[in-house]
Structure formats: C-alpha cells, structure tokens
Write a protein that binds this ligand. Structure first.
Ligand code: MRU
Length: 355
C-alpha cells in the first residue's frame, strides 16, 4: 500500500493522523487532529475526503470527543456521544458513510449502556467499533478489488473521475481497487484520470496516488473525456460513489453524470465501485439525496488565482446523480449488482445484512 490515509494513534490521549490532502501533490504532509472541532474542519476543508474515509474520520472524531470522559455516568457519556456525533454530522451533507459510521458509534454506546456497561467499558466498546469501521473498510476495498479485477482484461484502459482510491478510504480504494488488484495479478492496466473541476481531486490526488503505485496514468481535463472516448482509447469507466439510492441511482463527484452519458454514447461499460456502507436504503431515488453546495471561491479563485470577474453569480454543486439506467453495474463487497434497480439493490443489501 502506497499511502495510509488516516489512522488512530495512542490512548493517552489518542489522536488522529491523516494525510493533509489539500496540500497534495506538492506536499505529502501529515496532519494531527486532536479535537472534534478540528475534525469537523478537516472534513469540511477536504483535508480528509472520499466517502469511506469520511466515515472513518467521523468514527475517530467521536473518540476524540469522548475519550477523556470515562468519569462521567454512563447516561451522560452516551448523551455526549450523541452530541459529538451531531456536531460531526454537520461537516458535510452528501456522503452517507459519514452518517452510517456515526450511527454505528451511537448504537454501540447505547447497546453497551443498555447491557449495563460502566463508562470505561463503554469507551472500550467505542474504540473497538471505530477500529472495526476502519478495518472493515480496508477489507471491503480488497474484496471489491478482487471482484472488480475480474472485469478488467490485460491491456485495458480505464477512465476514472475524482479520487476513489486509497486516499478516499482506509484501504486500497473503491474505483481504483480493481486497478490495483488487476496490476497485482500481472495485468497491464492504463488509466485516464479526469482532472475533476473545481477542486482537481483527479489531478492532485488520483494522478499522484497512481504514480506512487507505479500505475500507467494519463491526466486529462474533464472536457477531454468525450474526445478520448471518441478516439476509442477507453475500454471501461470505474467511479466511486458518495451515496447510492435504493433504486440504484448513484450520487458521486460533480461531472460523473456527464461521464456516464458519454460512456453510453460510446458503448463503454460504466461501473460504480462502492461498499454497502455507501448505500442509503432510506432514499428511494437519487432525487432525494442532498447535494452539497460549496463556496463560489472554489470556482472563481481556486488555488488562489482569480479566474472569473469579481461579483459574478456562481453555482457550485459538489455532486451529481447518475440515473441507474446508465450504470452497467455496481461492484460491492458482496458481488456485482448488474444493471441496478430497486429489486437488485435490495437483494444485495439483504445479502450484506444491511436490510
Ligand atoms: O468531495 P470529495 O473529494 O469528498 O468527493 C469524493 C468523491 O466524489 C468520490 O468519488 C467518492 O467519495 C467515492 S470515494 C471512494
């Protein structure tokens, strides 16, 4: 593994160490996060980003908020877990892994309290739960890699959008996992990485991470995707997701929908790679998924250089929704959901114990 994106360290008190992703690729600096407010800030600023990594960060964020509170009564400790989780939940609205991980932490505290645990034991349980969230994520990445690699033949070229690699998870990534797995199997795989306007996760993160891992990567701007497809240079698309609706509609980084439409036009398979923790059974279709809007400055003066007139009106949605009908398949840790629809998504969720 080229990079360890996020990890918990120590117990006295413990803290979180993560790669400060806003500084990549120029500076691979580590950031130490020691309190809840700084974790909320790290998630909002995209110092840590990517749906599964945000989930892990949120679970660790709960630990930061309660680790020194073992003297409290169990009821008070559980109330503090819930307050801390509420604070963390406000960091970003779209990636459902954030809420999923926080719900796991809340449920664990409540379950242990109800079973009669004292506060130190409740804290122990929370450490165990956060560790399990990170470990399970890494395992799911491996599994999705193995399953997804079966779709990748020797010599193929994959196009990807945003960063759904190791930097977005606690393991080898989602969309990039099949590429790493295929490479491990000795297959030659090349990647076109979309730059991903406006925050350039493709250029800054995917290109960097794939180069670190020795993968053959070519960077293109987002508006070149149609051209490389037209030129017959793309065999398949792999993207990640921030939230998948019950009917298989896929929410991911802004621009993903356009890539899916282009893939359909050119007869190129469009695969989403995402763990079951990214599915949200409570939303029936993609129309119900909250889409984060980010500051105008990300577009008008991204990375410090003004590129639009002062005062111009800006619309900056950070995500879009790709309708299920454009999705060839969703690679999960329990298998591929081919041509997703409500019935098939529900069947996979049931198999994975999420329904
Ligand atoms: O705004 P970001 O960088 O958090 O957006 C990330 C994405 O859209 C990823 O594609 C998605 O979270 C999948 S990560 C495995």
């Amino acid at each position: 593994m080229a990079v360890q994106t996020i990890a918990w360290h120590g117990r006295d008190p413990g803290y979180v160490r993560m790669i400060e992703q806003t500084l990549l690729p120029g500076d691979a600096r580590l950031l130490e996060v020691r309190n809840v407010q700084d974790m909320v800030d790290a998630i909002y600023r995209l110092a840590v980003r990517g749906a599964p990594a945000i989930g892990v960060a949120a679970a660790y964020g709960v630990l930061l908020g309660v680790q020194d509170e073992g003297e409290r009564a169990p009821d008070e400790l559980v109330a503090l877990v819930n307050e801390t989780a509420d604070e963390l939940a406000a960091a970003r609205p779209t990636a459902v892994n954030l809420f999923w991980a926080l719900d796991r932490m809340r449920a664990r505290a409540e379950r242990d309290r109800a079973a009669g645990a004292d506060s130190p034991a409740i804290l122990e349980g929370l450490f165990e739960e956060a560790g399990a969230i990170a470990e399970e994520d890494a395992g799911q990445c491996e599994r999705m890699g193995e399953i997804g690699a079966e779709l990748v033949a020797d010599g193929m070229t994959v196009l990807t959008h945003c960063n759904a690699g190791a930097l977005a998870t606690a393991g080898i990534g989602t969309a990039l996992a099949p590429i790493y797995a295929a490479k491990r199997q000795g297959k030659n795989v090349a990647v076109f990485a979309d730059e991903t306007r406006p925050l350039l996760q493709g250029a800054r993160l995917t290109a960097w991470e794939l180069m670190q891992a020795g993968v053959d990567v070519t960077l293109i701007t987002d508006n070149m995707a149609a051209r490389v497809m037209y030129e017959g240079k793309v065999d398949m698309v792999f993207v990640g997701s921030d939230r998948i609706a019950r009917n298989g509609d896929v929410c991911n980084k802004i621009g993903t929908y356009g890539v899916a439409v282009l893939a359909k036009q050119h007869g190129i398979p469009f695969y989403v790679v995402a763990p079951l923790s990214t599915f949200d059974p409570s939303v029936a279709t993609g129309a119900d998924i909250p889409i984060e809007e980010r500051p105008a400055e990300e577009i008008t003066e991204g990375f410090g250089k003004r590129t639009a007139p002062e005062g111009v009106r800006v619309y900056n949605p950070a995500f879009d929704v790709t309708p299920a009908e454009l999705v060839t398949g969703i690679v999960t840790e329990v298998g591929v959901i081919e041509h997703p629809n409500t019935e098939r998504v529900e069947e996979a969720l049931r198999r994975g114990g999420r329904l």
